[in-house]
Design a protein around this ligand. Structure first.
Ligand SMILES: [Zn+2]
Length: 452
């Protein structure tokens, strides 16, 4: 097997991926808090870890990817209260919307997507283990983690104890032994409509403890890669690491791999058609191919600008692959092009460098063009499959003109949108998707793009 190295936030360097169980890898990435439709920025970790899993499978590993859904949280209480509805109903609806929106990326699902509300037993057990070990204490219905009981605290985010703010504000401050401490369990408060019984009182889990409990339930302690956005490094991941280390005496994960943030090019995007800052809106506007192309065009660990200009570039890249595909034929690629494929996978093996890998795709296409028409597409297909863009090779096969039935469905969807019947519009969009058409809402009206 090829050596694969990933940047580990804790050690601050590239570290070889050494699977705990030979041939098997366990990955955990923090998922969304479901209080609203997800933002296009929330799609970045979803895409990065789905593609990382594809690459690791290509390299011969059996991969288990777990991504949680935080369905009990202050943000959900606040949003439900503002809408005058029960918080569990809002969380259920937004979980369904999250699944629907991310399904449209065409990347499949993670192997497990546990809900905080369905993991209360293991969470309570883990908190009890921390109390028993002297790492946590109950106070007035809350339970807090005793940060100074963990000598390694700060080792993930490289912070000293002097410049820490858990971001909990004044909540529970008078019950904390030390302002550094953070909540593991929060006693039920006025206006909070979900709560569970626990030995120290009725309430609900803090955010950080759910991930320690879910990851341990599904992957065991000491699994291979823990991921998520780099905005989660502190306090969320620091606290996850501290909880598991203190309760179990071992590190939660071998490598902590963090993706960078999506940056918005402000004003212009706000004026675009529809709400393109939600994942659903961005998919309506540009389609999944261009969005995936945007995500792979930047190093997963660095920032990525989401703007009209970068999306236009991504669309141009998609067209470039489709055009190249017209000059290829199905079948094995010439051996002279094999070193390029090797370079592509070597780039991914070195810190999952997707832009370097994509650059090799352009080299391959240039080389195939130079050789004239009819080059076998197998190597290109194998490379694009890891980036979840191999369908572009097939989409190029027809001329892309919509049939009359598809145009009729598109017209009915437009009418439904005009009378603000978004359920009907979504159903028509799904019907079009089943027929292989993606609707894109461009500035001059909706258009259909072939997806297969
Ligand atoms: Zn988490």
């Amino acid at each position: 097997m090829r050596e694969i190295r990933l940047h580990d936030t804790r050690s601050g360097r590239l570290r070889p991926l050494e699977s705990r169980d030979p041939g098997r890898l366990g990955l955990y990435a923090c998922g969304p808090t479901v209080y609203d439709r997800i933002h296009v920025g929330n799609a970045r970790p979803f895409v990065v870890f789905a593609l990382l899993k594809r690459f690791l499978e290509h390299e011969g590993y059996v991969v288990t990817l777990v991504e949680n859904v935080t369905d009990v949280n202050d943000k959900i209480y606040d949003a439900a209260r503002a809408q005058g509805r029960p918080s569990d109903g809002l969380a259920r609806e937004m979980t369904a919307a999250y699944l629907e929106d991310t399904d449209r990326l065409g990347l499949g699902r993670p192997d497990a997507e546990p809900l905080a509300s369905a993991t209360i037993g293991p969470i309570v057990d883990l908190i009890q283990a921390l109390i028993d070990g002297g790492h946590a204490y109950a106070a007035g219905g809350d339970v807090f983690f005793r940060v100074r009981s963990d000598p390694e605290y700060g080792s993930l985010s490289h912070r000293g104890l002097d410049d820490l703010d858990q971001g909990e504000g004044i909540e529970g401050a008078e019950r904390k032994e030390d302002p550094l401490d953070f909540a593991l369990w929060k006693g039920q408060k006025e206006g909070e409509d979900t709560a569970w019984d626990a030995p120290w009182g009725r309430g609900r889990p803090g955010w950080h403890i759910e991930c320690s409990a879910m990851a341990e339930e599904l992957l065991g302690v000491g699994f291979d890669v823990h991921g998520g956005g780099n905005d989660l490094t502190f306090p969320h991941h620091e606290n996850e690491a501290a909880q598991t280390r203190s309760a179990r005496g071992r590190e939660l994960a071998s490598i902590w791999f963090h993706n960078g943030m999506l940056q918005f090019a402000g004003e212009k995007m706000a004026k675009s058609v529809g709400n393109v800052t939600t994942l659903a809106g961005a998919l309506d506007r540009w389609g999944r191919d261009a969005l995936i192309m945007l995500f792979v065009s930047a190093h997963p660990r660095g920032p990525l600008v989401f703007s009209e200009a970068t999306m236009a570039q991504a669309e141009a890249s998609v067209r470039r692959v489709r055009e190249a595909a017209r000059r290829l034929r199905a079948g094995p690629s010439p051996p002279e092009l094999a070193p390029l494929k090797e370079r592509f996978f070597a780039a991914l093996a070195e810190d999952f460098n997707t832009p370097a890998a994509l650059a090799v795709v352009w080299d391959w296409i240039r080389e195939a063009n130079r050789r004239g028409g009819g080059t076998g597409d197998a190597d290109l297909r194998e490379m694009l499959a890891v980036l979840a863009l191999d369908d572009l090779l097939d989409a190029a096969a027809d001329d892309g003109a919509p049939d009359p039935e598809a145009l009729e469905l598109l017209a009915r969807r437009q009418e439904a949108r005009e009378r603000r019947d978004f359920d009907a519009a979504d159903r028509l969009r799904d019907e079009l998707a089943e027929r292989g058409w993606q609707v894109r809402d461009a500035a001059d009206g909706p258009m259909l793009v072939r997806t297969r």
